[in-house]
Design a protein around this ligand. Sequence first.
Ligand code: NAP
Length: 331
Amino acid sequence: MTKTILFKNRPSGKPETSDFEITQEEDPKPAEGEILLKSLYISVDPYLRGRMRDEESYISPFKLNEPMESNIVAEVIDSRNSNFKKGEFVSGMLQWKELQVSKGTGLNKVDKKLAPLSAFLGVLGLTGLTAYLGIEKIGNLKAGETLVVSGAAGAVGSVVGQIGRLKGCMVVGIAGSDEKVQHIEEKFGFEKGINYNSTNNMRKAIAEICSDGVDVYFDNVGGEILDAVLANINKDARIINCGAISLYNETEVPLGPRQEGILIKKTALMQGFLVRDHAKDFGPALRQLAGWLKEGELQYDETIVEGFENLPEAFIGLFEGKNTGKMVVKV
Ligand code: NAP
């Protein structure tokens, strides 16, 4: 028997484990043209929260009583498809199942020799690509500039900060605990970190640390932290709207200060970014990330939760700051 995790209830506010259900079914068998996949590592990501809402977006909402899905690294354990051999490893959007069949469409083969398999969900997967391409497409970073990144100890943020450092920027990270702040300064070479949970006046704290102002802000969290950074931007600043996790569980989006005046005065560019729109650039971006990893220029963290049935808890943990680096479930 193989386990599946179904989406059972659209949450209002923070998701709970009761919004999911674990079921069992007979092991699937591949038909002609199909492969049988065994899930090894499953990615949990903040954007899955958006798919739990029944509303139109850039990706379709989850349907109730159907399996959850996300990016998964899996092993081909049986193949009736000439494009895949038993023993190969693939990654792609797959269902939260221990075993599943696939026609192979949309799956990429991953090379275990290049990096540990879980890295293909993080630094060599969508979060690494988001960091790299968000900076490339919108950031236009120049050496000597000040780059601020929120969610700085997370999967995207920790890579953003290191790329900023490699490009010669002064990098300041915003994260949710003193441990995370110390970690990004010591391991990833951030110039300075700010713990937003213990800082009363974020606007002032950013002004003090970024004494020359903020040239580029890579926003992973939105809300009040975005407001505090915007109050400190320089002329021609670039703001990359990558994520807004502080708002994902809100039932009503809170109103903030009106920012158009700042954007006009500072002739700033604020642009939304979706990594999926840049698939044609994934190849070169991954080669650059893999190159930096090999040279030791880029480090990465993972928080690996063990056990398929702990997927819902790992996902919910993202909204509680339980991860450092990429949150991944090892099946
Ligand atoms: P992550 O940063 O590894 O994990 C989420 C982190 O968000 C948590 O560890 C927590 O860290 C922080 N957080 C949670 N609630 C918060 C709140 N209320 N206020 C401030 N911070 C909060 O996740 P990720 O996968 O790297 O994603 C980061 C952001 O990028 C998310 O917003 C995600 O939706 C977005 N994203 C966008 C794209 C795209 O194409 N646009 C692609 C991938 C990811 P602390 O302990 O520091 O609070």
